[in-house]
Design a protein around this ligand. Structure first.
Ligand code: FMN
Length: 203
């Protein structure tokens, strides 16, 4: 049975555009593949920052670990196991300051691990997976628009996923959510409209 891992990074719950789009993606995926959907909600779970015990745990053999190292590295082990277990991944994230939220960066810091998800010779070790990244933003950053160059989130996510071996990445830009905040449209109407966005057009 194929598995889809959904990584959610918005703290806005039911008001989140990226969440609604990632959920819709997951529903469609389930309909098409009939597999399992696993949700890693970064906003409602505690994602610790990288710490000294974490670094010790990542760079020393397991038999030399202190209890603190074991505890710190377990989060990373769990996130990586979840990622490796999935056939496909969808990341729903807001754009924050033209980049990604700290929560998502923290998840990345846990899953990008030397000797586990990439080799010391910079080979990605996470093979055979496809990823879709949905980025909601207040402004518009579609290729060819005046502020497209400010968006560092798309390239960063493509680069870091590619670094660990996930090179089949589709980025969807759900730009212009400010119109919802300004009352020019509704969340439901905005989300419904995003079906017209071709998945491959926003990278
Ligand atoms: C801290 C913060 C930083 C933001 N930075 C940007 C930004 O750089 N560019 C932009 O277009 N929108 C920015 N926004 C707006 C969000 O990207 C927008 O509200 C988006 O819909 C959030 O995703 P969500 O609806 O999934 O929560 C920011 C919002 C917050 C709260």
């Amino acid at each position: 049975m194929p598995k889809l891992l959904v990584v959610e990074a918005s703290p806005r719950g039911e008001y989140s555009v990226s969440r609604q789009l990632a959920e819709r993606f997951a529903e469609e995926w389930r309909g098409n593949h009939g597999g399992d959907v696993i949700v890693r909600d970064l906003a409602t779970s505690h994602v610790p920052y990288i710490s000294l015990p974490w670094i010790g745990g990542a760079f020393t053999p397991a038999e030399q670990h202190s209890p603190e190292m074991d505890e710190a590295i377990k989060v990373s082990d769990d996130y990586i196991a979840e990622l490796l277990d999935a056939d496909e991944i969808v990341i729903g994230t807001p754009m924050y300051n033209f980049s990604i939220p700290a929560l998502l960066k923290s998840w990345i810091d846990h899953v990008v691990r030397a000797g586990v998800t990439f080799s010391m010779s910079y080979e990605g070790l996470v093979e055979g997976k496809k990823a879709t990244v949905i980025i909601a933003s207040g402004g518009n950053f579609a290729p060819g628009t005046p502020y497209a160059g400010l968006n560092v989130a798309s390239d960063y996510l493509k680069q870091i996923l590619g670094f660990i071996g996930i090179t089949d990445v589709t980025v969807v830009l759900a730009g212009g959510t400010l119109a919802i905040d300004q009352g020019q449209t509704t969340l439901d109407a905005f989300v419904a409209q995003q079906t017209d966005v071709p998945l491959a057009a926003a990278a």
